[in-house]
Design a protein around this ligand. Structure first.
Ligand code: UDP
Length: 325
């Protein structure tokens, strides 16, 4: 089995590459290292440094390898930045994906796994959110992912390209073996920021909004361990290779935790003081985002193994303590 992992040097991609290599898949990583790290790619994978927007490079890669599937993790992910600079997001998250899909078509590679997001739903009209919930993304980031999902439906009908889109809720945690972890610059995600405050790399954690309609007034999110995300991708790959139809799945625990609960749990696990600054709401944050992931459980047989917030934070803390990486 051969797989091309685009964005395999990034946070989720690098964990997936390790997972695939462990299960005997021959992996080629294509990553331009704009936000990924060479050293995050395990030694058993081949790393090609380059862009998925480079059609010639893609053609040569697909000529050199007979890939059974492509997994696409390379995208920009900052919601605020996508509002300020949508062109950057549509170019990378949409146009580059179209170039990648063209190369797949030319090489007749018909299995595609796409990293999508809960942001395709926009402000939820009910929680937990299932896959049939209306799609009203409120940021160019969310819209860029939703556009690709729709393109993939057309490509299935017209070209027989089979895809699984995985709509991540809040990806978090780190490799339980502490080889890999989250390493965004700038870091904007709650759990790594809280742990940077615990380790002393950051003075305090800012809590964005304390007046939401939730029990403690802070936002509720569904945190899902990166290792559980990897399991879901591996199952999705098996599903597609066994002839499964194109599908979209939510990936979350189905359990929500508030920002305040995350901070309190991190205090318990780390035993450190974590200073908090209570601030105004961050624009565009829904009060509550929780996944209904029954479809992934029913169709793929996926079951998160590290669903507890404590295990997510403990693994992320293991990685934070290795800093500087
Ligand atoms: N958040 C926060 N302080 C921070 C970063 C995030 O209070 O420094 C909150 C944010 O408002 C949201 C939750 O933590 O309610 C998760 O945010 P994150 O950026 O990690 O993921 P998102 O839900 O935006 O994808």
């Amino acid at each position: 089995m051969k797989a091309l992992v685009v964005g395999g040097a990034g946070y989720i991609g690098s964990h997936m590459v390790k997972h695939l290599c462990r299960s005997g898949v021959q992996v080629t990583v294509l990553d331009n290292l704009s936000s990924g790290y060479r050293e995050a790619v395990v030694a058993s994978a081949e790393l090609v440094v380059g862009s998925a927007a480079d059609a010639n490079l893609l053609a040569s890669l697909f000529a050199r390898h007979r890939f059974d599937a492509v997994l696409h993790f390379a995208s920009f992910i900052q919601v605020g930045e996508s509002v300020a600079d949508p062109a950057k997001y549509y170019a990378n998250n949409v146009a580059t994906t179209l170039t990648l899909l063209d190369a797949m078509r030319q090489a007749d590679v018909r299995h595609f796994i796409f990293s999508s997001t809960a942001a395709v739903y926009g402000e939820p009209s009910y929680v937990p959110i299932d896959e049939t919930h209306s799609k009203n993304p409120i940021s160019p980031y969310g819209r860029s992912k939703w556009i690709v999902e729709q393109v993939l439906e057309d490509y299935d009908r017209a070209y027989g390209l089979k895809s699984v889109c995985l709509r991540y809720f809040n990806a978090a945690g780190a490799d339980p073996e502490k080889e890999l972890g989250e390493r965004h610059v700038p870091e904007t995600h709650l759990i790594p920021l809280v742990l940077q405050a615990a380790s002393g790399r950051r003075e305090a954690i800012s809590v964005f909004g304390t007046d939401y309609d939730t029990p403690d007034g802070t936002c509720i999110r569904d945190y899902i361990h990166v290792a559980d995300l990897c399991d879901a991708h591996a199952l999705a790959l098996d599903y597609l290779l066994a002839g499964g139809a194109s599908m979209r799945f939510n990936l979350g625990n189905g359990q929500g935790f508030s920002v305040q609960e995350v901070i309190d749990t991190a205090r318990r696990i780390t035993g450190r003081k974590i200073a908090v600054r209570y601030e105004a709401r961050r624009p565009g944050d829904p009060a509550r985002l929780v996944a209904d992931s029954r479809l992934a459980r029913d169709v793929l047989g996926w079951k998160p193994k590290r669903a507890e917030l404590t295990s997510i934070i403990a693994d992320a803390w293991g990685w934070e303590q290795k800093w500087p990486w």
